[in-house]
Design a protein around this ligand. Sequence first.
Ligand SMILES: Nc1ncnc2c1ncn2[C@@H]1O[C@H](COP(=O)(O)OP(=O)(O)O)[C@@H](O)[C@H]1O
Ligand SMILES: [Mg+2]
Length: 401
Amino acid sequence: MAQNEAQHNFRTTSLEKKIVSAIDNGIIILDSDLVIHHYNKWMEIHTHIKEKDALGKKLTELFDTIKEKTLLRKVKTALRMQTPTFYTATTSHYLIPIKTNQIKNSFFSYMQQDVSIVPFDAQNQLVVLILTDQTNMANINALLNAHVAKIKELNEQLMREKELTEMQHKQLLANSRSAAMGEMISMIAHQWRQPLSLITTLLTNIKIKKELQTLDEANMESSLGKIENTVKYLSDTINDFRDYFKPNKVKSDLKLSELFNKSIFFLKDEMNQYNIEYTINIDKQLSIKTYKNELLQSIINIIKNSIDAFKNSDIEDKKIEVSIQEFTYHISIIIEDNAGGIDESILEKIFEPYFSTKNKNGTGLGLYMCKVIIYEHLHGEISITSENNGTKVAIKLPKKI
Ligand SMILES: Nc1ncnc2c1ncn2[C@@H]1O[C@H](COP(=O)(O)OP(=O)(O)O)[C@@H](O)[C@H]1O
Ligand SMILES: [Mg+2]
């Protein structure tokens, strides 16, 4: 189509022309063959092509990177439907190649564009192409994407680290449990010493009496009865231990005096062996709602540490004292001994897993386990201080969890 004809199809008043040239968008008027009928100032400035050189030429002649088929389809659709269509820019494809001023941190060397194709003159089959510079937006987007990718990566790294610490945590708990089991077995051994020797004595008596032929029916009966009772005691203790060392799934109302009596029951033989005096100051009726076995295990761990501390000491009046105070929403348990205390230099390490001053006799997991149980399971607090040659363990527990 000749240049004159093209101009003829698109008549504007000078005012309209001024407005169009003042717009900060590229404006091109095309017919359905992609021939240019108007090319505004913005286009001239950005493409360095004068309108007079563009008029009458096909847009694809000026810019050979345009996908002609796609553009034609969009133009025809706009005209046929009398509704705007869009030529969407992607980072690698844009309609008109316009070099950007290479600003720092820019992702694009060519202007990113949104192109709307608006039906303009149905009779002459004309559309207006409106080009909008989207480079800034695209830059922000690209920057955001880069950040998002970075955040994703950091997140993944964090998750991996979290998994690792969770695994270590689980491993530690498993180790703590076997340590607790070990302690339980050593406590059972203590508990069994006396009854086992009682059984041995009774059996020896029977044997001797039989040899001397002084064993009568009544004698036999009474000895067997005693043996039976003692065996029952042995099996009760082991069941008791087993019950108390299973983690509780449900919390229950718990009389604290009963809990402490139980802990003493488990530890009394060892305390007697070392002449340790045990006093407990507690309101018999005081009860809280919590996980019974977990609390008992913690208390046993703590009292066991006091007993351990007395083992190598020559203190005359060995004492372990428990006192419990009730407050509105919580109770406070204090367990104190006079076994020499803990050196200030190690006081901050005693809750760390595997920290022990007992060489082969300690696992270093007792207080770590107490801390995990009391904070994580029982929602309480534990602190240990050392003064006047003794150790003071303070536990704060909510009355209800
Ligand atoms: N009542 C106590 N008196 C003196 N030292 C204590 C007492 N309780 C804890 N400790 C110190 O804390 C350390 C860590 O205790 P714990 O975690 O139970 O591990 P373990 O008993 O296996 O050594 C002990 O090795 C000991 O040095
Ligand atoms: Mg211990």
